[in-house]
Design a protein around this ligand. Sequence first.
Ligand code: NAD
Length: 429
Amino acid sequence: MAFAQSSMESFYSSDPVFRMAVKQFEVLADHLEIPQQYRQRIIQPKRSVTVSLPIELDDGRVEVYHGYRVQHHLSIGPTKGGTRFSPRLTLGESAALSVWMSWKCALVGLPYGGAKGGVAVDPNKLSRREMEKLSRRYMQEMIPFVGPRTDIMGPDMGTNAQVMAWFMDTYSMHAGHAVPEIVTGKPVAIGGVAGRRESTGRGVVFLVERALDHLNIEPAKCTAIVQGFGNVGSVTACGLAYRSGMKITGLSDHTVCLYDPKGLDVSAADRHVQEHKTLKEFPQGERVKPEDFLTLPCDVLVPAAVERVIHASNAALLRCRVLAEAANGPTTPEADELLDQRREEIFVIPDVLCNAGGVITSYFEWVQDMQSLFWTDIEMTDRLYRILDTAFNAVSKRSKERNVSNRTAAMAIGIERVLEAKRDRGLFP
Ligand code: NAD
């Protein structure tokens, strides 16, 4: 792959997550025979911003945090993407996530490029007051670079509807009037939509059912293991248990991995986490080592936590029939090669498709805010499922016709659409 090394080195390439996004793209660019002249234009993020965020902590000390925002491409509309508050966040990780977001938006036909960003901070260590100060400071610093037609933020790991409300308020105070369309995933009272928080998990459940139907497997006879019990993981686990009728045999978060072949009580786990924040003291299931958790036997495996948890050392050991990638980037390219050899055994719903329910519902929220005309819940759920169904069918069809993996098919559709937009618009000036 003939990238000019200097430009790749400049900002992001030392980051392993960005290197992973580039490696995936290289495989796809070769597969699609994309001319060299277009490759850098497609993969390199358009704009990245790093900011210092000094805030006064409750004890009077001043702490300076680092914030990032990366906008991948603006060729078909504004960029769209989550804001992550996580101690591990880097510019490179934000860049990788913005790239994946672009493929995802293009795959499901949204008029957005991808973006991502956030603050390198452990939100569990901040009080509510400190969280508000940091959120407002972050948005204040971002005001020159974002806007409803430039870049729209949403929630991601470590942020929630309250953080979006603080972002919206900070931006609106600057504008002099309410600008609800600057963020998605905000509370309903200020222009959010009911069900946004649940939408990613609901989409995952819909696609798992779609995949099982494709494979002629009855959901009610299946077992499922879900890694991560936050927003996406908990909603997915509840949906798989109570909508699809599956037995949930494994649940985990960053504190513990629980397994019971007879099934865990997901709603009890949900109540426990609402009260105690984590699953650590949840009194059900056998405690298993994190490195053994994903290779336990199940029909449906859902990584819904962090990146790169399925790698060269465990991909050959997975014992599931469907791998539903609810998290972003859970599978490394090395693992993907191994999974490709097991295509007949394991049906992969790749992340760009599997967790697209969140950004689709965010798009609905943005459209409604822009026109100040709100849809009913039924209209939104119906539209969400129709878009996911169309994307699922397009991926399955392409995978079958071209004899490629679902991931290759999904990313190829997304990348081709971005390429087409860039070709149509031409190079400025
Ligand atoms: P969250 O912060 O609500 O929850 C994350 C969960 O993962 C927590 O339960 C945490 O304890 C757990 N976790 C963290 N590290 C872990 C580890 N090493 N092993 C096991 N569990 C671990 O975050 P979320 O919003 O649910 O996001 C989860 C994933 O889904 C991320 O990859 C995110 O980018 C992706 N995603 C989220 C949305 C959304 O709408 N929230 C949309 C698309 C994709």
